[in-house]
Design a protein around this ligand. Structure first.
Ligand SMILES: N[C@](CCCC[B-](O)(O)O)(CCN1CCCCC1)C(=O)O
Ligand SMILES: [Mn+2]
Ligand SMILES: [Mn+2]
Ligand SMILES: [Mn+2]
Length: 298
């Protein structure tokens, strides 16, 4: 398989700037070599240009950010490669999902996360954009939200029925209302406990794409995994997916042969000591290799 790797050192979606070190931490730990060692044709497209907040007024900045990300993701996909986006905080998904829609109109989205990330600017209690990305992208939500200055270039591009959540365990009241109102399919951690990860993944894929022909966008927030596996992330929530469950999800999505774009987000190497960083980066690297065909059978 052919993979294009895009670093996206986004940190403006939340208050802990260390997420801008995420791409470097994954590359420095040997990500590209690992992917090549499993037989992939890997091309590194470098980092998206994320202008730093200080100099650029927010309005220009947000126009540029999602646009840069969307443009670069579109370019990777149009080069015939699957796109691997290394975050950076989860606000980057505004750009990566929009960019995916420029290359493939009928993508479906698997959102693996402890959080729903679908607050609108009006329902958010934190004001952090990494808690809102889906609200900019979902057609049905547009009458209920507001356009942030500078986000004009981002058009909603997915429908509520094209999203499935896996791993939810920290959902805000406004998000719960939105999920119920638009019938967004979600498998929370309690459903993972009840059904088991095999049935959750089967149901998720069959719900999104029963005919098995639509490109899949996996937006994987590492905080979906248990904090013991990912000590270096900004918004940890106890009782997450096990390492095996996380690996299984990615192996099964890769096995469809339609995994077109993968975001790996919210690695923040500055949170925790050297050992914590090593644990976090190693877990993230394993997850990434499963997205591109490497299965645990050895
Ligand atoms: N829902 C939160 C967290 C978003 C996490 C973003 B992700 O998934 O990309 O890491 C949290 C809201 N917060 C929860 C505790 C009580 C105060 C509000 C928010 O800030 O909107
Ligand atoms: Mn195109
Ligand atoms: Mn999260
Ligand atoms: Mn997230």
């Amino acid at each position: 398989g052919k993979v294009g790797v895009l670093g996206c050192p986004m940190y403006h979606g939340q208050t802990k700037p260390g997420t801008k070190e995420g791409p470097a931490a994954l590359r420095d730990a040997g990500l590209l070599e690992m992917l090549k060692d499993q037989g992939l044709d890997v091309k590194d497209f470098g980092d998206v240009n994320i202008p730093c907040l200080e100099e650029v007024p927010l309005s220009d900045l947000s126009v540029k950010n999602p646009k840069n990300i969307a443009t670069d993701v579109h370019k990777v996909l149009d080069s015939g490669r699957a796109c691997l986006v290394l975050g950076g905080d989860h606000s980057l998904a505004i750009g990566s999902i929009y960019g995916h829609s420029l290359a493939e109109l009928d993508q479906v989205v698997v959102w693996v996360d402890a959080h729903a990330d679908i607050n609108t600017p009006l329902t958010s209690t934190s004001g952090n954009i990494h808690g809102m990305p889906l609200s900019f992208l979902v057609h049905e939500l547009q009458p209920y939200t507001c356009k942030l200055p500078g986000f004009e270039s981002i058009k909603p591009c997915i429908s509520a029925k094209d999203i499935v959540y896996i791993g939810l365990r920290s959902v805000d009241p406004g998000e719960r209302y939105i999920i119920e109102k638009f019938g967004i399919q979600s498998f929370s951690i309690s459903e993972v406990d009840k059904l088991g990860i095999k049935e959750v993944v089967e149901k998720a894929i069959n719900y999104l794409d029963p005919e098995g022909k639509r490109p899949i966008h996996l937006s994987f927030d590492v905080d979906a995994l248990d904090p013991s596996l990912i000590p270096c992330t900004g918004t940890p929530v106890l009782g997450g997916l096990s390492f095996r469950e996380g690996n299984y999800i990615c192996e099964e999505l890769a096995a469809t042969g339609r995994l077109s774009c993968v975001d790996i987000v919210e690695v923040n190497p500055t949170l925790g000591n050297e050992r914590d960083k090593e644990i976090t980066v190693n877990a993230a690297l394993q997850i990434i290799t499963r997205c591109f065909g490497n299965r645990r059978q050895g």
